[in-house]
Design a protein around this ligand. Sequence first.
Ligand code: SF4
Ligand code: SF4
Length: 99
Amino acid sequence: MDVITGITRGGTAWTPSFVTNLNAKTCIGCGRCYKVCTRDVLELIDRSEDDIDEDDEDDSESIASVMSLSNPMDCTGCGACSRVCPKSCFKHSPMAVGA
Ligand code: SF4
Ligand code: SF4
């Protein structure tokens, strides 16, 4: 399987790891990921009943908003969102060309 690859300014090849999932149950709606994403991928939305994690000790029921993947096809796989997320909400993966 050929995956999408990129190249740095210095000519080094790298493999983007695109966002494939955002765990709404662990998200605390802090907005850190939104601030660092340079693409139109993320959107803060109202939390639904289904997004509440009953086992979360942080009492997420009191958090009214949750981040969502509004436009995942615009992701460049930079990984910045995961680097700043305090709750490890994101999953990433390389993608096949044309997938
Ligand atoms: S990997 Fe980069 S482009 Fe994709 S959602 Fe995260 S910050 Fe945005
Ligand atoms: S950084 Fe993590 S916890 Fe904060 S809004 Fe984004 S996904 Fe949710």
